[in-house]
Ligand binder design. Sequence first.
Ligand code: SIN
Ligand code: CO
Length: 386
Amino acid sequence: MYQLSFSLSEFLAEYWQKKPTIIKGGLFFNTPEEGFVDPISPDELAGLAMEEEIDSRFISNLNDDWQAEHGPFSEEKFAELGETNWSLIVQASNHWHPQANDMLAPFKSMPGWLFDDLMVSFAMPDGGVGPHIDQYDVFICQGLGKRHWRVGAKDEGQYQEVCRHSALRQIEGFDAIIDDVLEPGDILYIPPGFPHDGYALEASMSYSVGYRSPKEQELVSNFADYVLACDLGDVHLHNPEQKAQDKHGMIQTADADIMISMLQKASQQPELLNNFLGCMLSQSRHQLNIVQPEDEWDIDEFMQHIESGESLFKVQGLRALYHENNPLTLFVNGEVFELNESLLNFIPFITEQDEINHKILNQLTAFPEAMQLLIKLLNRGYWFTE
Ligand code: SIN
Ligand code: CO
């Protein structure tokens, strides 16, 4: 089991979205003595980068000549690479690699909806992506090798953007407020807006646990899409009291007020807003490894599966959420599932666990609604059997 060496609550109070920091030996496997163990090897990472549906990037900077390419990459590409100045980055590695997914366990006390993905980066000596600014909160956990990191003061418009390659968003440079070398198990936390730059000192693996806070404009625009998709508010302004006016170009305040109240009405329905949030936040921004079953599950097959003694598994990175004040409405990958009261104790197996083992499955036979829910989730490909 991966574990943090520090209290996440204390960390949040002092640093979260406030200031960057380095936590030496912040992450370890089983015991602090054992230290950090890489969940994935560079070869396995290269394997992921060869897959069509996995988002990967290759970046090189030999002699300050910046090159950037999107995957998938071929075997030949990896065969021809030099010994320095390049790095390979795989987004949402947690969706595709079980041990990479396990590495996220100690970060589960952070809200699931806020988490974005685990980005894994392999870099040869002097490889990096150059100085840049992200709009993400990130815990960069060092695995194999060492990496030199510099972090600058928060962006207040003082940094100059520069285009060293059309696919890279870099900045000119910055003065460091953090300048240090990360070793295996060290964590660098960077809030949004702080410029940073990391160069490998030796072949290096970095694990970026990324969190993405939604923008206000995104909430508004996604809410508008949701209102349309649900075909809500399909009514025109209705004003049988319309008054004449002598200035043709004027918008009467009374008319504007009616339209403003139409807008407000949509955004003042807590149930609608909560359903919208649940649907939006339960959708991953990265592709999931969902494979719908060839044959639909039914109750007979489900019972057979229970007898086989095998577990059920949740698709890695799949989001299953509920609102604090309404645990019986489940949001799974943008879909709503209404549960009845009898399933209250079953909800954590859906929202918290990656596996439902045969012991739990056996107990479920007393709860037909729980079995029906799991059958639905299996048929969507959200849960699967090995
Ligand atoms: C990297 O791992 O190469 C880049 C991580 C970052 O700076 O966001
Ligand atoms: Co970055």
